[in-house]
Design a protein around this ligand. Structure first.
Ligand SMILES: [Fe+2]
Length: 369
C-alpha cells in the first residue's frame, strides 16, 4: 500500500461532480480548479498521466488539504508506482494551471505516438477528448481548443480503421464523471464509425462527423444551469429554452470560422426528425444533412446505453430494439438499417412515446412492449 491518503475533503465542493456523476455540467473552467497556497491547480484523472516517460509538467497530489509535489517537470512516474497509487484509491492529480497547455500537448503526443499499443492509445484518445470537451463547454474562447480537437478527431478517424470494433473499444473505457463529456465523445466516435460505413473513406467528411459529434450539444453552454441540471421534469418554459440549444450552438460557433459547415449542420440539426416532427426547424428527410441524420442515431443510442442519474443503462441490443420501435418517424430508415446491421438487432420493443436524449424525464418512460 502507498502511504498517500486522500482525505474526504478531496471530494469537496470543487469536485462535486465526482460525488454526483450524474448529468450535471460544471459552471465554468474553474469549477475543477483548486486554489491553494502554492497557486491555482487543475484536476486531471490519474490515468491520463503517462508512465515511464519524462513528464513536461509538475504533478501534485492533494494530501491532508495541501497540494504536495509528487513529480517535478521532466521526472518520470514508473508503471509500478502508478499502479500502487491507483490501488490506494488515488483517482486524480493536480497540475499547475499555467502548465495546462503542456498537459494537453503531452496528451496529444501520446495520441499521435506511432508505436503505442492499441488499448493504451484508446485510453489516451478518450482522456484527451474529455479534456477537450470540458474546455469546449467551459472556456471563454475556444479557438485553441477547436484546433486541438481537430487534431484529435483526425487521430480518431485513423483509429477507427476498419469497423465498429475499434469504435466500441473506445466506448468500453471507463467513463468520465460528467455525463455530457462521455456523451459528446461517444457520439463523435459513433458518428465517425457510422459515417465511414455509409459515406465511405472521405477523410474530410469523417472529420466533420467527429467534430460535429463532439460539438453537437455545445449550445447547452447557453442554457441556464438550473434548467440543465434540474433533477425533476422540465416545465413547459424550461423545455422551450432547452430546445433552443441547437440554435444556440450555431450562434456560438459563428465566430469560429474553421469549423466545417458539415459539422455546423450537425450542431443545428441533430434534433430534427426524419418525418419533420423534430426541432428547431421541423426539417425532414433530405432537408436534414446526412451527417446530422447519422448523429441523431448516435445521440439517441448513446443516451440509452449510458447510465444516467435517474436510470440504469440499457444493454445495446435493447437500446437498438427501442430505437427500432421509433421507426419510421425519427430516424433515416436507410441509415438506421446500417447501424442496426452493425450492431445486430434481434427482436422488438415498443416505446411509450418519442425519446429525446435532452429530455431526461422522457427517458424514464421507456418500457418494454
Ligand atoms: Fe442535443
Amino acid at each position: 500500500m502507498v502511504s498517500v491518503v486522500i482525505p474526504n475533503t478531496y471530494h469537496g465542493s470543487a469536485l462535486k461532480a465526482i460525488e454526483n456523476p450524474a448529468d450535471k455540467l460544471p459552471r465554468n473552467a474553474m469549477e475543477q480548479a483548486r486554489k491553494t497556497e502554492k497557486g491555482i491547480f487543475f484536476t486531471v484523472r490519474i490515468h491520463s498521466i503517462p508512465t515511464d516517460l519524462p513528464l513536461p509538467y509538475d504533478v501534485y497530489l492533494w494530501i491532508d488539504s495541501h497540494a504536495i509535489l509528487f513529480r517535478k517537470r521532466n521526472e518520470v512516474i514508473d508503471h509500478d508506482r502508478m499502479e500502487r497509487l491507483k490501488q490506494s484509491g488515488v483517482k486524480d492529480a493536480l497540475i499547475p494551471d499555467e502548465q495546462r497547455q503542456l498537459y494537453i500537448y503531452s496528451l496529444l503526443d501520446m495520441v499521435r505516438h506511432p508505436d503505442l499499443q492499441m488499448d493504451i492509445k484508446a485510453r489516451f484518445i478518450k482522456e484527451t477528448a474529455f479534456v477537450h470537451v470540458h474546455d469546449l463547454f467551459t472556456q471563454q474562447n475556444i479557438a485553441t481548443v477547436l484546433s486541438d480537437s481537430k487534431i484529435l478527431i483526425e487521430e480518431v478517424v485513423k483509429f477507427i480503421a476498419e469497423d465498429m470494433e475499434a469504435a466500441t473499444s473506445l466506448m468500453r473505457l471507463s467513463n468520465h464523471d460528467y455525463y455530457t463529456y462521455n456523451h459528446s465523445v461517444n457520439v463523435a466516435v459513433y458518428s465517425i464509425a457510422l459515417a465511414k460505413k455509409i459515406i465511405g473513406d472521405d477523410k474530410l467528411v469523417l472529420v466533420a462527423a467527429g467534430f460535429g459529434g463532439l460539438l453537437h450539444d455545445i449550445g447547452k453552454r447557453k442554457v441556464d444551469l438550473n434548467i440543465l441540471n434540474k433533477e425533476g421534469p422540465l416545465e413547459k418554459d424550461e423545455w422551450r429554452v432547452m430546445k433552443k440549444h441547437p440554435d444556440y450552438g450555431l450562434e456560438f460557433l459563428r465566430s469560429y470560422v474553421h469549423v466545417p459547415q458539415d459539422a455546423r449542420d450537425i450542431v443545428g440539426q441533430h434534433h430534427e426528425n426524419f418525418d419533420g416532427t423534430g426541432y428547431p426547424g421541423g426539417l425532414k428527410e433530405e432537408e436534414i444533412s446526412k451527417l446530422a441524420r447519422i448523429c441523431a442515431i448516435a445521440d439517441v443510442f448513446d443516451a440509452l446505453t449510458t447510465t444516467r442519474s435517474y436510470r440504469e443503462a440499457m444493454p445495446p441490443t435493447e437500446a437498438l430494439e427501442t430505437m427500432f420501435a421509433m421507426q419510421p418517424g425519427k430516424f433515416d430508415p436507410a441509415i438506421f438499417r446500417h447501424f442496426n446491421k452493425e450492431l445486430q438487432l434481434k427482436g422488438r420493443l415498443s416505446l411509450e412515446e418519442d425519446f429525446d436524449p435532452c429530455d431526461h424525464e422522457h427517458s424514464k418512460k421507456i418500457k418494454k412492449g
